[in-house]
Design a protein around this ligand. Sequence first.
Ligand SMILES: NC(=O)c1ccc[n+]([C@@H]2O[C@H](COP(=O)([O-])OP(=O)(O)OC[C@H]3O[C@@H](n4cnc5c(N)ncnc54)[C@H](OP(=O)(O)O)[C@@H]3O)[C@@H](O)[C@H]2O)c1
Length: 334
Amino acid sequence: MGLFSSRSDPILKSSDTMGLFSSKKAPSGFSSSNTAEEVTRGIDATGLTAIITGASSGIGSETARILALRGVHVVVAVRDLSAGGAVKEAIKKENSNAKVDVMEINLSSMASVRKFASEFKSLNLPLNILINNAGVVTYFKLSQDNIEMMFATNHLGHFLLTNLLLETMKSTADQSNIEGRIINVSSNAHKYSYNEGILFDKISDESRLNIMWAYAQSKLANVLHANELARRLKEEGMLITSNSLTPGAVETNIFRDTILSGIASSLGKYFLKNVQQGASTTCYVALHPNVKGVNGEYFRNNNISESNSKAQDTELSKKLWDFSIKLCENNGNA
Ligand SMILES: NC(=O)c1ccc[n+]([C@@H]2O[C@H](COP(=O)([O-])OP(=O)(O)OC[C@H]3O[C@@H](n4cnc5c(N)ncnc54)[C@H](OP(=O)(O)O)[C@@H]3O)[C@@H](O)[C@H]2O)c1
């Protein structure tokens, strides 16, 4: 199967009511039960370079494994270099030809994000795919920049990273004539944010923090960011797309800092996707030719799906963009 080759049939929207483990095939031909290996079978992505944040565990490490298996030069962007090294070792053990680099980034520190971007640029590598995957669920904490931790890590760090890498992605796309793809790993939880959507005036106010609403807020920000970026890329006529997705409910360590940790680890295997299934939508959006030219969409279970009305609110996405720029500027240059 040719990389990003075009297909004439339209990609229809999948039903959001498709059950967790439904094997019913939706428009893409894939469902919630397909693994990342299955949805990318036959794709040769040799020559592409991808950055995957939070690739030290869970969905991110499986995404790194599958992209490397398909020939992508993978940059595993992690805050714990030894965990990243272990992921690289495991990938190379399975596939000795895999091209994997490990680089340090702490998404909750703008200084660290800037350092990562500058180090990556100094390597003079192309950049075709950026997967903003890292995520955290935590009780109230402030980031190194004094911003509520989930908003800082899940949204703002990725917003800054994307802006800093955009020129590299643009020149890669221009020179190679291959579509660049930016992917924000959001969550179905984006539907359960605060009534206001984003608490612009009280983003780091502990008295307003409810762990699930604040996590949902950060995941709503992931969809709004992808949508606004998509609009801007289209306006500029860039050969780069920007989409968001939910991986579904996946058996990982995401709740490690919360009281849900025990429940998720003991009962998870009975009702959650495994990581091979959990990484499938990310890998599908990153590599599949069906997704060529698809921009500003929200994916679920390897198909285009519906985000909620707040996530589709263009005024809200513009407001979040300006707000995020200001927060980054207050900390240096965006
Ligand atoms: N699992 C689910 O059911 C589910 C559902 C919907 C959406 N998601 C989303 O899927 C994505 C991946 O999560 P997962 O389920 O695979 O959980 P995970 O196994 O806990 O992976 C999260 C990754 O993010 C990294 N990370 C956290 N804070 C970071 C920081 N400040 N800087 C750099 N990296 C950081 C973690 O690194 P460390 O190992 O160093 O902590 C880890 O590699 C997240 O965005 C999450 O919101 C997950």
